[in-house]
Design a binder for this molecule. Sequence first.
Ligand SMILES: NC(=O)c1ccc[n+]([C@@H]2O[C@H](COP(=O)([O-])OP(=O)(O)OC[C@H]3O[C@@H](n4cnc5c(N)ncnc54)[C@H](O)[C@@H]3O)[C@@H](O)[C@H]2O)c1
Length: 415
Amino acid sequence: MKIGIVGLGYVGLPLAMEFAEAGCQVIGLDVDSQRVAALREGRSHVEDVPDERVSAVLSACEFTTRSVELHEADAILICVPTPLTPNREPDLQPLLAAARAVAAVLRRGQTILLESTTFPGTTRDHLVPLLEESGLSAGTDFAVAFSPERVDPGRVDYTIRNTPKVVGGLTPACTECAALVYELVCERVVRVSTPEVAELAKLLENIFRSVNIALVNELAIVADRMDIDIREVVEAAATKPFGFMRFDPGPGMGGHCLPVDPFYLTWKAREYDLSTEFIELAGKVNARMPYFCLERIERCLNDQARALRDSRVLLVGVSYKPGVGDLREAPALKLLRLLEERGAQVSYHDPYVGALPGHGLRSADLETALEETDLAVIVTAHPDVDHERVVERAPAVLDLRGVTRAFHREHVARL
Ligand SMILES: NC(=O)c1ccc[n+]([C@@H]2O[C@H](COP(=O)([O-])OP(=O)(O)OC[C@H]3O[C@@H](n4cnc5c(N)ncnc54)[C@H](O)[C@@H]3O)[C@@H](O)[C@H]2O)c1
């Protein structure tokens, strides 16, 4: 099979690798010519995909900026971004541009698969009409389905291969065409009746996480006021073998998906005179967390008879999650901005993030930085940072991730 992939980012590139490794010919299309040029030389821009993996399949992959190459593909997977506009409304521009590019090369017998997270109805009401401008009919001349990506960057136990893949076609035959494609690289394909079911299932997964993170974050604020250790509470609750799923508090929600995707549904629900209260509330609570963490920082400095202004604050870990360098929507960036606005002297250490050019900062050597700081704040707990050392060397520590519980000392405060 020849597989076309439109958009070679966090989602598209790993998929391209899987299909190439499964013996398919892959045509990878991206509008970013630098990315394409690097990939042609075997260089990856996605952390989860090492250069060697790209080099090993180069002969099976054609990376290009020319959409005309997609004409040859049996199936085309669209994996372009679905961001929000500055007014927090869905921005379908990349998706519509990709759809137009595919429509221009569409031929009978192809299967078109949308992977980008989006609101219910996107496949049927936005993608299909553009594809049909080719003069061909969806469901008869070519197959269309929505299949949400479930990649979790940095994760090694669940991969494309062993994570079940939900597929909803425009017709039952479309679903079967889509399943045939995914069965090349996924052990289990879950068929659903429509693209809308698959679209909303993906949003449910993301909203579920966002709401539960907000719930435990709100409880963390309450527990702090009551002087109860929220992490001990979570651990105790998590011993219940049924009816409870563990979520841990933190400085806010980051990454591309959770802070953005739920609002695709909020926007769509308005068309039906509905407001999505849980989504809005979760967004509000999670957005408040960096402000709460700022207040905790001020309290820690206050305990040392220091004001925030001119105090030296070291942020340990700034990416949005452990083990990756992804900064998208990272709460550390919000915290950094708030600290700078209030006159703190901020430095950071993150083995995955060499520099924060917008702030004129480079990742500091941990030992030196610990010696030169008034307060170390563990914002993201990377696996290869020695947090025990942070506790030993820093004059005061605020642990927002609960990683210092095993070696608690008087000068350590925790969220
Ligand atoms: N990153 C994740 O963890 C994740 C997980 C599940 C779902 N998703 C969803 O998958 C989709 C893609 O996300 P991502 O993280 O891979 O984005 P990304 O920004 O990493 O990559 C998208 C790529 O698409 C390219 N692109 C943009 N417009 C294009 C066009 N018209 N034609 C060809 N290429 C184009 C960009 O240059 C970029 O290389 C989004 O809808 C996202 O919500 C992401």
